[in-house]
Design a protein around this ligand. Structure first.
Ligand SMILES: NC(=O)C1=CN([C@@H]2O[C@H](COP(=O)(O)OP(=O)(O)OC[C@H]3O[C@@H](n4cnc5c(N)ncnc54)[C@H](OP(=O)(O)O)[C@@H]3O)[C@@H](O)[C@H]2O)C=CC1
Ligand SMILES: O=C(O)CCC(=O)C(=O)O
Length: 421
C-alpha cells in the first residue's frame, strides 16, 4: 500500500495545483483538470499454460479529451494500481500539450509480473485485455502504446485483436508497433533520443563540452538503454547504468554498446551477470548517488525523494521516467541548484514519434527514418527552448515553466470548446 506522500496521483495533483494557482485558473477549470475524465477498471480471466484460469485486473484512464483523442502507454507491472494509472494519464495530458501534439492524455495498465508469464500467457492476457478495453479505445478515440514491460510484439497482438473484431486491419489504433505492421521507423529509439537531445541542448545553453560530461542512467530498458547509447554517441562518458539487477560503475566510461548486446542476449534483457575489466557492481541507492554531471532516472516513479535528494551529486537531472522525483525532492534539488528537466518534457520524444506513427498509419504513407528524427528534433528542441526561456524570464524551475505552458494550453482548449458552461 502506498502512503499519501508517494502516491503518484497525489503528486500529479500537487504539481498541477501549483501551476493552476500561478495561472490563476478559475475553480471550475481546476476541478475538471485535477481529476480524470474517464476511468475503466476491468477484471478478466486468462487461461494459463497448466490449464488453470487466473483473473487479472487492468485499467484504462483518460484524463482529458479537450485537445483531441487520448494517448498513452500500457504498463504491465505487479505494482500497477488505479492511482498510478491516473497520474500517468494526467502527465500524458500535459506532455502532449507541451510538445503541441493534438492529443489528450491516457494511460493503461495490467497488474501482473510478465517475468512470470510464458509468451503464450502474455499473448492471451494482452488479447483479452485489448477486448475488455475496446469499448473506450480506437484510432480516433484513445490510442495506446508501449510503456514499462510492454513492447512492439504486445502492441501487434493488441492491434490484431481489435482488427479481428472489426473485420479489417486498423493499424492506427495503437502505436509502437513493429515496422512490418505499420510501425514507424525511429519509434523504438524515440524516447531515449529525446532524452539525449535534452542533454545536448542543456550543454549548448550552459556552454559545456559534451566530452566533459559524466552521465549516470538508472533503468536499461527502452528508455534508459537507448538514452545511454545515444548520450554515449554524443561523446559524453556514461560512467554508471543500472536495472532491477543493480548498478554497474566504471569511472573511465562503460562500453554501452557491449552492455546493450549483453542485455539483449539474456533472459528478460537483464544486465545481471555482466562483467568487464574495471566495472564495479553497486546497488541502486549508490547508483543514484554517484557523483556525475547528468543523472537520468529512466525506470520507475519515486526514485528521488526527500530521503536521498540531499545526497544526489549531479548538476542536471533529465527525467527519462515518468514521475521519478517527488515534490519534496524537487524543493531540495532546487535549493541545491540542481536543474531538473521534467518528465513531461524530457521523455516526450516517445509520444511525439507515436504521433508521427499514427499520422503515417492514417495516411498509409510512411516516412524515412531521417524525416522522423529530424521532425522529432525540431519539436523537442523547440519545446526545450520555450520551457527554458519561460523559466529564465520568471525565475522558476523548468518543471513549473513546463506546467505553466502545458496546463494553459489544455485549459484554453477546454474553455474554447465550451466545456465549462
Ligand atoms: N517506453 C516509452 O516510450 C516511454 C516510457 N516512459 C517512462 O520511462 C520509464 C521506463 O520505461 P521503459 O524503458 O519503457 O520500460 P522498460 O520496461 O523497457 O524498462 C524499465 C527499466 O527499468 C528497470 N527497473 C525496474 N525496476 C527498477 C528498480 N527498482 N531499480 C532500477 N531499475 C529498475 C528495468 O530493469 P529490469 O529489466 O531488470 O526489470 C528496466 O531496465 C517509465 O517511467 C515509463 O513510464 C516515458 C515515456 C515513453
Ligand atoms: O507513445 C505513446 O503514445 C505514449 C508513451 C508513454 O506512455 C509516455 O510518454 O509515458
Amino acid at each position: 500500500m502506498r502512503s499519501d506522500r508517494d502516491n503518484p496521483f497525489r503528486i500529479a495533483q500537487e504539481q498541477f495545483d501549483r501551476a493552476a494557482a500561478l495561472l490563476e485558473l478559475p475553480d471550475n477549470v481546476r476541478e475538471v483538470l485535477r481529476v480524470p475524465q474517464r476511468e475503466l477498471t476491468v477484471r478478466f480471466p486468462v487461461m494459463m499454460d497448466d490449464g488453470s484460469t487466473r483473473i487479472f485486473t487492468g485499467y484504462r484512464v483518460q484524463h482529458n479529451l479537450g485537445r483531441g483523442p487520448t494517448k498513452g502507454g500500457i504498463r504491465y507491472h505487479p505494482s500497477v494500481d488505479i492511482d498510478e494509472v491516473r497520474a500517468l494519464a494526467m502527465w500524458m495530458t500535459w506532455k502532449c500539450a507541451l510538445v503541441n501534439i493534438p492529443y489528450g492524455g491516457a494511460k493503461g495498465g495490467v497488474v501482473c509480473d510478465p517475468a512470470q508469464l510464458s509468451s503464450g500467457e502474455l499473448e492471451r492476457l494482452t488479447r483479452r485485455f485489448a477486448t475488455e478495453v475496446a469499448i473506450v479505445v480506437g484510432s480516433e478515440r484513445d490510442i495506446p502504446a508501449p510503456d514499462v514491460n510492454t513492447n512492439p510484439q504486445i502492441m501487434a497482438w493488441f492491434m490484431d485483436t481489435l482488427s479481428m473484431q472489426q473485420g479489417h486491419t486498423i493499424n492506427a489504433v495503437v502505436t509502437g508497433k513493429p515496422i512490418e505492421v505499420g510501425g514507424s521507423l525511429g519509434r523504438n529509439e524515440a524516447t531515449g533520443r529525446g532524452v539525449s537531445l535534452m542533454v545536448r541542448e542543456w550543454a549548448r545553453r550552459q556552454r559545456r563540452r559534451l566530452e566533459d560530461l559524466r552521465v549516470v542512467v538508472q533503468g536499461f530498458g527502452n528508455v534508459g538503454g537507448v538514452a545511454a547509447s545515444l548520450i554515449s554517441a554524443l561523446g559524453c562518458r556514461v560512467i554508471a547504468v543500472g536495472d532491477a539487477s543493480g548498478g554497474y560503475l566504471c569511472r573511465n566510461g562503460l562500453n554501452i554498446a557491449e552492455m546493450r548486446r549483453y542485455a539483449a542476449q539474456h533472459p528478460r534483457r537483464l544486465l545481471e551477470g555482466y562483467s568487464a575489466p574495471g566495472v564495479e557492481r553497486i546497488d541502486n541507492r549508490a547508483l543514484l548517488e554517484t557523483p556525475c554531471d547528468v543523472l537520468v532516472p529512466a525506470a520507475l516513479e519515486n526514485q528521488i525523494t526527500d530521503q536521498n535528494a540531499e545526497r544526489i551529486r549531479a548538476t542536471l537531472i533529465v527525467e527519462g521516467a515518468n514521475g521519478p522525483t517527488t515534490p519534496q525532492a524537487d524543493e531540495i534539488l532546487e535549493e541545491r541548484g540542481i536543474v531538473v528537466v521534467p518528465d513531461i518534457l524530457a521523455n516526450a520524444g516517445g509520444v511525439t514519434v507515436s504521433y508521427f506513427e499514427w499520422v503515417q498509419g492514417l495516411q498509409s504513407f510512411f516516412w524515412n527514418e531521417q524525416d522522423v528524427n529530424h521532425r522529432l528534433e525540431q519539436i523537442m528542441v523547440s519545446a526545450f527552448e520555450q520551457v527554458c526561456d519561460l523559466a529564465d524570464r520568471r525565475g522558476i524551475s523548468l518543471r513549473l515553466a513546463a506546467y505553466l505552458l502545458a496546463v494553459r494550453r489544455v485549459a484554453d482548449a477546454n474553455l474554447i470548446r465550451g466545456l465549462y458552461p
